[in-house]
Write a protein that binds this ligand. Structure first.
Ligand code: 5GP
Length: 130
């Protein structure tokens, strides 16, 4: 059965898209640690990141780096943190989180954003993606 992220990539479930190419898709996390919290996902359905073939792993990291640079230009933050967990969704994803305080890296405190703020944030990051 397709993972929830495959359904998002295919457009069967809506998402606030930030960037996409042939092999990767980046979109805002629906339950963010901070405004601009983004997930970067390979279109290939693999559960665990270290099971990816070497090339996909490298390309994922390079794509995530470009997304992180766009986030840093778009959201006021000290830096963009990176985290890989995967306990909830068994489809590789890299969390990119704009950080101002350690709490935002811990996944214990969440922020609530309106659809308008999600949309504006995704558009801004997307416009800074190179
Ligand atoms: P993890 O698997 O790394 O523990 O967490 C999965 C992440 O995916 C969580 O931060 C959660 O908020 C996010 N997530 C789960 N379902 C959806 C969804 O349908 N849409 C979006 N945008 N994010 C989701």
């Amino acid at each position: 059965m397709a993972t929830i992220f495959t359904k998002i990539i295919k457009g069967d479930i809506p998402s606030y898209k930030v960037a996409e190419n042939e092999n990767f898709y980046a979109f805002l996390d629906i339950n963010p640690n901070a405004k601009g919290h983004t997930l970067v996902v390979p279109k290939k359905e693999v559960d665990k990141i270290f099971d990816l073939d070497e090339n996909t792993y490298k390309e994922l990291m390079l794509f995530a780096r470009r997304v992180a640079m766009a986030i840093e230009k778009s959201v006021p933050c000290n830096r963009v943190g990176i985290s890989v967990i995967g306990l909830e969704v068994p489809h590789v994803h890299v969390h990119l989180i704009p950080l101002n305080k350690m709490e935002e890296a811990t996944f214990t405190s969440k922020v609530e954003l309106s659809p308008e703020v999600f949309e504006a944030t995704a558009q801004k990051i997307s416009s800074n993606f190179r």
